[in-house]
Design a binder for this molecule. Structure first.
Ligand SMILES: [Ca+2]
Ligand SMILES: [Ca+2]
Length: 179
């Protein structure tokens, strides 16, 4: 749950008194998650593994973007992101049903700035799916092309290198579609 200060600003007639009375303000909609916060309250540390399903809290458009509001896999978290139990070694969960334009945000702490080798653990029954990774809003990887691994249940390591800035960083993993 993101905490955000709310300012109600009186802009006009600064010298006037008794402009009106205010009883209440009503907010309808998904909420006031103005900035993402780490899932579980603690930013993930790099170097290290960031679980795909541990994207930030903050809701649709803030912590993630998913094309619908349903968790199709029905596992782990109650958001629009589609999470299933993984068949991969070590168990846990993965994010599936990815579509072009969807993204996940991760707040991380980078202990030492520098070039990191990134391994993405992915699976696909077809070649040419692409994604990219942004650090603080900048596309640092360009298109990462995901190969045919033999099926959604066949997860494989994709290697990539990128430079990570220090300190607290926002990492965006974005599905781009298929080339
Ligand atoms: Ca969904
Ligand atoms: Ca996982």
């Amino acid at each position: 749950m993101a905490r955000a200060p709310l300012y109600f600003v009186f802009l006009r007639n600064p010298g006037d008194m008794n402009l009106f009375v205010l009883n209440w303000l009503e907010f309808q909609g998904p909420g006031l998650g103005l900035s993402p916060t780490p899932f579980g309250g603690t930013a993930r540390s790099l170097p290290g593994i960031v679980q795909a399903e541990d994207f930030d809290d903050g809701g649709e458009g803030v912590a993630y973007h998913d094309l619908d509001a349903v968790n199709i896999g029905g596992q782990y978290r109650s958001t629009g992101v589609d999470i299933e139990t993984t068949t991969d070694t070590g168990g846990g969960y993965d994010v599936g049903w990815t579509a072009a334009g969807e993204w996940l945000n991760y707040t991380v702490n980078v202990s030492t700035p520098g070039v990191y080798a990134i391994s993405a653990r992915v699976a696909s029954p077809a070649s040419g799916g692409t994604c990219h990774i942004e650090f603080n809003g900048v596309n640092k990887t360009g298109p990462i092309i995901i190969p045919n691994t033999g099926g959604y249940a066949e997860l494989a390591d994709l290697e990539h290198q990128q430079r990570a800035p220090g300190c607290r960083t926002t990492v965006h993993a974005i599905a781009d579609g298929r080339q």
